[in-house]
Write a protein that binds this ligand. Structure first.
Ligand SMILES: [Zn+2]
Ligand SMILES: [Zn+2]
Ligand SMILES: [Zn+2]
Length: 148
């Protein structure tokens, strides 16, 4: 069973610092789901939403808050006072949009959702984008697009 160690001189990479160099894609679309079973709780009007600078409704934390996509409450993140998380635990509003990077989080899926692929999330994403940046979001290339 013993395998001859013929290549025991293989390269040994000692590079813990290399991990810091890793240029992770932090664009907000990492492993975002394109499907979610909890979209029935979305607010029917996601065109009219609070501006991204809206402070947390509970503690007045000024920025990087979350918008509840069910009742449009603006609440702070789990890294501040966890008011959005509390809101989910109390009211089971499981869909929230981050005003810091415009990603959409589903607490029930415990995952990010792709707000450009999931059509019912798109209005909220686009409106938030326009409020934040002043212009419409760029259209992502779709694989099957075949316009010549
Ligand atoms: Zn708060
Ligand atoms: Zn809510
Ligand atoms: Zn979900």
């Amino acid at each position: 069973m013993a395998k001859p160690a013929s290549s025991s001189s293989s390269l040994q990479i000692i590079g813990e610092d290399d991990e810091l160099m890793f240029d992770g894609s932090e664009s907000g679309w990492v492993e975002a789901r394109t499907h979610c079973d909890h979209l029935g709780s979305l607010s029917s009007d996601l065109i009219h939403i609070p501006i991204p600078d809206t402070p947390c409704n509970r503690c007045q934390h000024p920025d990087e808050n979350w918008l509840c996509l069910c009742c449009k409450d603006v609440l702070c993140s789990r890294f501040v006072n966890k008011h959005m998380l509390e809101h989910y635990q109390q009211k089971h509003h499981n869909l929230a949009l981050s005003y810091s990077d415009l990603s959409v989080w589903c607490f029930s899926c415990d995952a990010y959702l792709d707000a450009q692929v999931i059509l019912s999330l798109r209005p909220a994403y686009e409106t938030a984008y326009i409020l934040k940046f002043g212009n419409a979001p760029p259209v992502r290339a779709i694989e099957h697009q075949h316009n010549v």
